[in-house]
Design a binder for this molecule. Sequence first.
Ligand SMILES: OC[C@H]1O[C@H](O[C@H]2O[C@H](CO)[C@@H](O)[C@H](O)[C@H]2O)[C@H](O)[C@@H](O)[C@@H]1O
Length: 563
Amino acid sequence: RTIATTSNLIQKRLYDDTDPVTCQIYCYGPLLHTVQMARLYKDSKTFVDMKLKNRPEETMEDYNAFMAKRNNSPTEAEIRDFVDTHFEERGKEFEPWIPDDWKEHPSFLDAINDPDLRQWGADLNGIWKELGRKMIDDVHKNPEFYSIIPVDHPVIVPGGRFIEFYYWDSYWIIRGLLYSEMFDTARGMIENFLSIVQRFGFIPNGGRVYYSKRSQPPLLTAMVHAYVEFTKDYSFAIDALDILEHEFEYWMNNHTVQVKGYDVAIYKDASTGPRPESYSEDVISSSDFSTDEEKEHHYSELKAGAESGMDFSARWFIHENGTNDGNLTNLKTRSIVPVELNAILYWNAKMIAEFHDKAGNKAKSAEYELKAAKILEAIQAVHWNEEAGVWLDYDMINQKPRNYFVPTNLAPLWTGAYNRNDSEKISASVLKYIDDLKLDSYPGGVPNTLAQTGEQWDFPNVWPPMQYLLVVGLDNLGTVEAKNLSKKWGYRWVKSNFEAYKQTQTMFEKYDALRFGGHGGGGEYEVQKGFGWSNGVIVEFLTKYGGELSLSNSAVPTGDDAL
Ligand SMILES: OC[C@H]1O[C@H](O[C@H]2O[C@H](CO)[C@@H](O)[C@H](O)[C@H]2O)[C@H](O)[C@@H](O)[C@@H]1O
């Protein structure tokens, strides 16, 4: 299979404001406002996932007539009736699908010694079948009836309310699939993303048109790298190079600002209005602002937060007093330079350089090495904080580092965005940072922040991709102390997830730092079950530790007892 190369067409599409016609229903406009503000469903995402019964133009005509007839003030019952007449239930875009390459007994299971952990690994492998989604032909023939973004290959979704692909989730899902030897499914998901970059110029937050003006942390190149590491099929990466470069340039050209004379990337969004999938929630939180302009700024900060994947968190609050106090009205996501985004872009440049080198294109490889070196310099100048002994986000409003814990403060260890000659020094300072903050004292894993705001990316919630970042980052650092802590946290994560699974037969999207085996909560929707990235991380950790890890000493561990 070959991948068509990018062209000016992508540039045109990227800057051209012609949204799909379905966007008039699902992304913005009066119909969306009327229905979402009626709060017909417990979860606001329900409505924007429902299929149209008629063409969007016809639906809009009916809507205009409906509103005119009711003097623009329909009752809730009338709106419900309108929705029932014009929309189908959610989920109509998929047909049952069992991945063709699913294996009953992938060999990672043989590497797990503990019988209970091995059975759990088999259960998790079985969950891939439940999370698979294939689009029906009609989605390709009549895309304007659906909010789903049509893609050629079936995908593994996160689960629960998330029945479409999510960009950054897919990195951990794909790694899990590769360990489960589901190479075709993994490759299909990557090919979908490559074709999406060709169509949109970048990868939307998730597989719905209403997500199409923002992205998520750019991990496509890392997905390709993981696929190539497993399959050794370098030609796949080489064929994809144009597209990977395009995505990289999209971020560097559209998401960078200047800080201390360096180009650094931030999260942002290119649409107006509230998030369609959380419309009334955003309108409510915007009611603190009086002018339309202020409300619009607030919506942009919310959507930039969603682009970061950490929606929402005190990580993105800048209070008037310069701290991370406050609530959603203090969101200033676009004014905070995030460590991991720049660390990931560095990684992307390095991997693109590596693929060019494999292709024998030394000039291009050198060009991307140079881009990586520039990003590294920026990370060192803007994010590294000698006093804290770690990398920190940067507050552009108050022109100061933000000395608040987030696992992403260690992201450069994960992506290799630091000078290897400094490993010993960095190891000493990072471990002291961890010690000072007592990050090793939580029985359920390292919390995402130390701020308890009720937002889902704050204390005490623990998120699988962030545990992965910490465990892999510390392991990469390579000193004995860092490797030991990495293993300790890896073991703890497996055991705590296992405990939750043993009690509930469920994998959760997020967990609880304070409770060994406890799941997370808070935020604007119920904790979700499934769950793509949780399973991916555990399948990888079971492969990594399965030979040595045993549950026999699995009494509720705290701190040092976890091993
Ligand atoms: O509907 C609210 C938000 O839901 C998504 O965010 C959360 O789930 C995603 C899928 O697992 C995950 O990628 C993200 O990190 C979570 O915070 C969605 O991505 C948001 O855009 C949306 O507003």
